[in-house]
Ligand binder design. Structure first.
Ligand code: ADP
Ligand code: MG
Ligand code: ZN
Length: 603
């Protein structure tokens, strides 16, 4: 009986079923078609070509040619295949002549199911001549983003891989974990793929909490870094989890490591400038948890995975969003909650421009990073769209945008350009608002952002939702500012002001009306029992809301918020705005209730 891919998957690899996307790629190759695969790291790209390769060798003794950029990766794959009883070999520059000759003769004898080869060898005259005498089942181009000059791992030898893919009459599969739509198309074109079966995986990482801190000065960055590390217990030598701090230059890894160490947070520095011995030693120390925190350049990464990285923090912003996602994504490999934090300032973009020189596509790459930093959409959504523009939604409730914790509006990227037409339209839209909301939220709603605070306020159902999609954020913001100046739109509230059409009756919103920004003097802590009533009241409220919203209680607000309120009971929304951990969106949503609970506990 004929063997199927599934038989091979079970009998050779010992897996009961294919994972998402694998089967389509496998079927395409088995049917003799090309395939283009974009799946996140760890999703199982190798099986997409290994299964058809093993099948083809069993049925016709054909050989699969696999191009891979790193010798270490090749050797890993070869030895694990050999361990499964599959005949696999690798040809690269580290091989002695006689070893190479031996592989060559086994190849001509049809004994090899998978031949791994470096891109330099794969495109050499010698290899192309030799492979002409071999029955090839398929070409697999792993880490295919290396052939794009727009990508962040460009390898010139990848550029001429079409010599291989056009000479060898066999289906080709290109695989990568990191490519924008543009790079993806470029890969297909350069390799000359014919209507490839396209597999794009799910890039969301539900256990990762993304956030961005706009910070320019090193002093501010260091202060914030120390605070973050302490809050998460990295000042203790013993403890769970590790943290990676990415810096743009060698010097800065040293600076960050010494500043952290001085602040009582033991931290090593890792970069390509160190001698190999020293570098290995630092990596071993990190592996053995002698350091729980490591400051590194992007030299740290490729092929190194620790499951328990709880924080991946970019002290300096990277020059490319795909690279960012790869580095940030080293956190939380164990699928437990982890954080990806980005420090961002315009200055970072200049640094990257200096480091990367005149690399092709740099403007575009930098502007993707900037848009991410200033994004008013869910961070996970922004990143997933970077890989797959057709993504509509991802499961995220925890990024700073979804939590409504993003800082003030972005700086305009171009001078705002506001026409009379836009002014009229924005005025009309403000007139249509269902209730007074903040300027930034209005702007987000009009541009169709699905940030969590928009959805939770039901603004995504509003008739004007997304009506201003084609306008720039800065232009709408500017239009609103002009309308306020002209007195057509009014602002109320001081710390978190809302806007409303001047002269239009305000909707009554239950209790909310009665508790405006009335400032009572803060009472002295006379009766401690009453203050623990505050605690109890807030804790109950938090649980009730969490249940109703199907959130976790800490998402409503954290314990430290309760403690802060208990320590210093607020009497107004302005007071609440000073409580660390309560962002504008939370205040908008829960503020009035919190004040009411505080008041009734003090009665
Ligand atoms: P990628 O190249 O996409 O980063 P790999 O091909 O290295 O991922 O595979 C990652 C891990 O997933 C490997 O340990 C592999 O054995 C495992 N794996 C792949 N496919 C399956 C499957 N269908 N069922 C179970 N495990 C799988
Ligand atoms: Mg791989
Ligand atoms: Zn989000």
């Amino acid at each position: 009986m004929r063997k199927t891919p599934r038989d091979v998957l079970k009998a050779v690899f010992g897996f009961p079923q294919f994972r998402g996307g694998q089967e389509r790629a496998v079927d395409a190759l088995v049917a003799g078609n090309d395939a283009l695969v974009l799946l996140p790291t760890g999703a199982g790209k190798s099986l997409c070509y290994q299964v058809p390769a093993v099948l083809a060798h069993k049925t016709s003794r054909a050989t699969a040619v696999v191009v891979s950029p790193l010798i270490a990766l090749m050797n890993d794959q070869v030895s694990s295949l050999q361990g499964l009883g599959v005949s696999a070999e690798a040809i690269h520059s580290n091989l002695a002549r006689d070893q190479q000759r031996e592989i060559e003769s086994r190849l001509l004898n049809q004994e090899i199911a998978l031949l791994y080869v470096s891109p330099e060898r794969a495109t050499s005259d010698w290899f192309l001549r030799m492979i002409g005498n071999v029955n090839v089942s398929l070409n697999a181009i792993d880490e295919a983003h290396c052939l794009s000059q727009w990508g962040h791992d460009f390898r010139p030898s990848y550029m001429s891989l079409n010599k291989l893919t056009t000479q060898v009459k066999a289906p080709t599969i290109a695989l990568t974990a990191t490519a924008t739509a543009k790079v993806f198309l470029e890969i297909s074109k350069r390799l000359g793929l014919k209507t490839p079966e396209t597999v794009i995986g799910d890039f969301s990482r539900p256990n990762l909490k993304f956030s961005v801190h706009p910070l320019s000065k090193d002093k501010e960055r260091l202060g914030k870094l120390v605070e973050i590390m302490r809050e998460r217990g990295f000042n203790k030598a013993l403890g769970e989890g590790r943290a990676l701090i990415y810096c743009s230059t060698r010097k800065r890894t040293e600076m960050v490591a010494s500043e952290l160490t001085a602040a009582g947070i033991n931290c090593g520095a890792y970069h390509a400038g160190k001698e190999k011995e020293k570098r290995d030693q630092i990596q071993r120390a990190f592996a053995a948890r002698k350091y729980r925190v490591l400051a590194a350049t992007n030299a740290f990464g490729m092929g190194i995975d620790y499951p328990d990285i709880r924080v991946s923090l970019h002290f300096d912003a990277p020059g490319d969003l795909s690279a960012y996602y790869q580095e940030a994504g080293r956190a939380g490999r164990d699928r437990q909650p982890a954080e990806c934090i980005l420090f961002f300032g315009e200055r970072d973009l200049m640094t990257q421009r200096r480091i990367q020189g005149s690399k092709k596509g740099i403007d575009e790459a930098l502007s993707a990073v900037r848009s991410y930093a200033y994004s008013q959409d869910c961070r996970q959504l922004t990143i997933c769209r970077h890989f797959n523009p057709t993504v509509k939604s991802v499961s995220c409730i925890e990024c700073d945008v979804c939590l409504g914790e993003t800082p003030t509006a972005p700086k305009p990227q171009a001078p705002p350009d506001v026409s009379q037409d836009l002014l009229d339209k924005v005025l009309e839209a403000v007139g249509n608002l269902p209730f007074p909301i903040g300027r930034a939220t209005t702007c987000k709603m009009l541009r169709g952002s699905r940030a969590q605070n928009i959805v939770k306020l039901n603004l995504h159902e509003h008739e004007d939702f997304g009506r201003f999609k084609r306008f720039k954020d800065a232009d709408i913001t500017q239009a609103i500012a002009l309308l306020i100046e002209e007195g057509k739109v009014s602002v109320s509230g001081t710390k978190y002001p809302t806007i409303w059409l001047t002269g239009k009756a305000r909707p009554t919103r239950g209790r909310k009306r009665t508790t405006t920004l009335r400032s009572k003097p803060i009472r002295a802590r006379a009766n401690p029992r009453k203050f623990s009533d505050i605690r109890r009241g807030l804790d109950n409220y938090r649980r009730r809301m969490a249940k109703q919203l199907q959130w976790k209680p800490y998402m409503v607000f954290q314990k430290r918020v309760i403690t802060a309120i208990d320590d210093n009971p607020p009497t107004s929304l302005d007071d609440l705005a000073r409580v660390p951990g309560l962002g504008p969106a939370k205040i908008e949503r829960f503020g009035e209730d919190i004040l009411e609970i505080v008041r009734s506990a003090q009665r």
